[in-house]
Design a protein around this ligand. Structure first.
Ligand code: GAL
Length: 683
């Protein structure tokens, strides 16, 4: 691992660039186009491009016959123009000759059907043949370009994802299970296979699709992650060996449910992700808040700056409807990534392809081919701004609050068949109910999984912590005893790491820290509501009556010290606790027993912010739709003011030390942001 930051030492600036596919434009058919690209890149302030992502068929047009000539030329051109290369390994798409000659490298679907060649991201990650082919081409790339002045970073494959059900994968899964359980006896118990006569007498009987065995579903997903990480380790072996100083990354997909990205943390030198918010398809605030949540997740993976590897400068082409980004929003959305810890703003794609699936996907350079477009001008203006923000490179985001959003917990929740099999909404609960109120108050947040260190935080929120892995409850308890505040909710503490229910009462091992027993869970049809009535003299200042939906735990308080802060208002459980707090050691643990309306979430979180005096990025008032984020480089504070509305906004500053980070000019008493406008101030 390369443990320095920033990892791309040859560029002491924020990175600006994107996916570049010159191989689609052969100089024979499109003379001068590559030179045009260089000219336009300089105009746009591009300092890095990702090359070669899907170019295996150009690099190895026939088996064992390599053609690096075009890539030599491109890397030379980039170096001549002072642009760095984020050189890709091409495993994201395999050439036709390979798929035809080695059918075993093509993926098999869950129902046993082998894919035809086509599309991309369709290889078997277990296949020794594919692994050998990947190793060979990666070795060639590293040997050839290890001393090339353009080589700055490795872009491994592209958006790893999906799964393969071929016999090799089945065998690998069984071997993985043997390692995890050692005996079939252990596995049969962990998977509760006596149910419906699913007991295994031999490892070979384990088939991959049996959705009725939830332990199997979970372990299969864990295996897919581990096998993908193993494939990546295999991919990068020659790169680490031949280019030990070049950082490695692979582009992730936010909350993509197929892979547990925490497992990639130790393989990547730097984390990056591809962000495609659905701007103008729902309220801008909701889109901005969700995007902020995912940026924070990516920063939290290493608790370090990350890279925005892909984003569209205008539209995407894969939504049902993909509106253009309104003027100004490109800059604000890009600065939002930087505000949350990105040291790069990069695009898919540099130039729109002429044909095939992505010809209408947004790009910096449109089919018209010149710079006189609205999108190009906005990109170039942003490039010019980013050049003035060197002080942000490597700067941190000081945080006191964490939300636990845990992939395995999400998988288990998704698989369980319980009282409510629709709208379980785990990600939405974490982001909308708990992150959003913090975001609206400009409180910075890390998004972690349940295995992470809790000591850096004062507040930890663990919504719907259905699964509690070994050791987690104890760590949460220690966190509280040492003065931390824990908030968890309904449908927590039900199962262990194998999806086996805890037997001594829910919320299982969380009972001591929460001081409650959840005896039953009522679930409400979508058109029914329960009511939550705050107790008089509520410590968080809750006064209104709130609506509860979907989930209502019926809980008992255990222990005299636990305080009931709200009760249910209706039905046979009216008067029973709906919100409790357990003072424990120097801290406290809240249990929110029902899924409450947004007003409750807003009021509850606002009360906590006040009670804990959580540090906000901006303590002054802000008009609706403006987000304020903060980064600090040890010497300077950077404040980002981002207007996600289509109306102008004014913010009272009253901080004489603030200066515009781009112009160096003193900020006045009021900051005026145009519609979708943004500003970076420094002090
Ligand atoms: C990404 C992918 C890119 C491009 C882009 C379009 O998921 O990595 O290659 O397809 O989507 O939005």
């Amino acid at each position: 691992m390369i443990d320095r930051f920033p990892p791309v030492t040859r560029i002491p600036h924020l990175l600006h660039g994107g996916d570049y596919n010159p191989e689609q434009w052969s100089p024979r058919k499109y003379p001068d186009l590559w030179d045009q690209d260089m000219r336009l890149m300089k105009l746009a302030g591009v300092n890095i491009v990702s090359v070669g992502i899907f170019s295996w068929a150009q690099l190895e047009p026939l088996e064992g016959r390599f053609d690096f000539g075009w890539l030599d030329r491109i890397l030379d051109l980039l170096a001549e123009h002072g642009i760095a290369a984020n050189l890709a390994t091409p495993s994201g798409a395999k050439p036709n000759w390979m798929a035809a000659k080695y059918p075993q490298i093509r993926r098999v679907t869950a129902d046993g059907h082998r894919d035809l060649q086509g599309g991309r991201h369709n290889h078997c990650y277990t296949s020794p043949v594919y692994r050998a082919k990947v190793k060979k081409i990666n070795t060639r790339l590293a040997q050839r370009y290890k001393d090339h002045p353009a080589l700055a970073m490795w872009h491994i494959s592209n958006e790893y994802g999906g799964e393969c059900h071929c016999d090799l994968c089945k065998e690998a899964f069984r071997a993985w299970l043997r390692k995890r359980y050692r005996t079939l006896e252990e596995l049969n118990h962990a998977w509760w296979t006596t149910f419906w006569s699913h007991r295994y007498q031999d490892w070979s009987q384990i088939e991959l699709i049996d959705r009725s065995v939830h332990g199997l579903v979970l372990d299969w997903k864990r295996f897919v992650t581990d096998q993908t990480v193993d494939f990546m380790r295999h991919e990068i072996e020659p790169l680490r060996r031949l280019t030990p100083g070049i950082p490695i990354t692979t582009n992730m997909m936010g909350t993509y449910p197929g892979l547990n990205y925490w497992k990639f943390r130790d393989v990547c030198d730097v984390v990056c992700w591809d962000s495609y918010p659905g701007w103008h398809t729902e309220s801008e605030m909701k889109t901005a808040s969700w995007t902020a949540f995912v940026h924070d997740l990516n920063r939290s993976l290493k608790r370090r700056p990350f890279l925005l590897m892909e984003s569209t400068p205008s539209q995407v082409n894969w939504q049902q409807v993909s509106p253009l980004k309104r003027p100004g929003l490109h800059r604000t959305a890009s600065l939002q990534a930087v505000a949350h810890g990105a040291d790069a703003v990069m695009y898919f794609q540099w130039r729109k392809s002429r044909g095939s699936a992505e010809k209408f996907h947004g790009a910096v350079v449109d089919h018209v081919g010149h710079e006189h477009t609205r999108v190009f001008q906005e990109v170039a203006a942003l490039g010019a701004d980013l050049k003035k923000l060197d002080g942000l490179v490597g700067a941190s985001n000081p945080v006191e609050t964490a939300i636990i959003y845990d992939w395995e917990n999400g998988w288990a929740l998704e698989a369980e068949q319980g009282p409510r099999n629709t709208n379980k909404d785990y990600a939405r609960t974490c982001s909308r109910d708990f992150y959003d109120p913090l975001w609206k108050h400009h409180v910075p947040v890390d998004i972690i999984d349940m295995d992470q260190e809790l000591a850096p935080y004062r507040l930890v929120i663990a919504p719907m912590l259905y699964m509690v892995r070994p050791g987690v409850a104890q760590r949460l308890q220690t966190f509280v005893e040492r003065g931390g505040t824990l908030v968890t909710t309904y449908f927590s503490g039900l199962v262990n790491e194998s999806d086996l229910c805890f037997l001594d009462g829910f919320p299982g091992p969380l009972k001591p820290v929460l001081g409650i027993w959840a005896e039953e869970t009522d679930v409400l049809p979508d058109d029914r509501e329960q009511m939550v009535v705050p107790a008089a003299g509520h410590p968080l200042g809750l006064k209104a009556r709130y609506a509860a939906r979907h989930y209502c735990d019926l809980i008992h308080v255990k222990g005299d010290q636990v305080r009931v802060l709200a009760t249910y208002g209706r039905d046979f459980y009216a008067g029973r606790p709906a919100l409790t707090v357990n003072p424990l050691g120097c801290g406290q643990a809240y249990y929110i027993a029902s899924r409450n309306d947004q007003r409750f979430c807003d009021d509850f979180m606002a009360g906590l912010i006040r009670q804990l005096k959580l540090r906000r990025n901006w303590a002054g008032t802000t008009p609706p739709g403006v987000s304020v984020q903060r980064r600090n480089n040890g010497k300077q504070d950077f404040l980002f003011f981002l207007n996600f509305t289509d109306a102008p906004r004014t913010i009272r500053l009253n901080r004489p030390t603030l200066r515009d980070a781009l112009t160096g000019k003193k900020a006045g008493a009021a900051l005026k942001l145009p519609p979708y406008g943004s500003a970076v101030l420094a002090s």
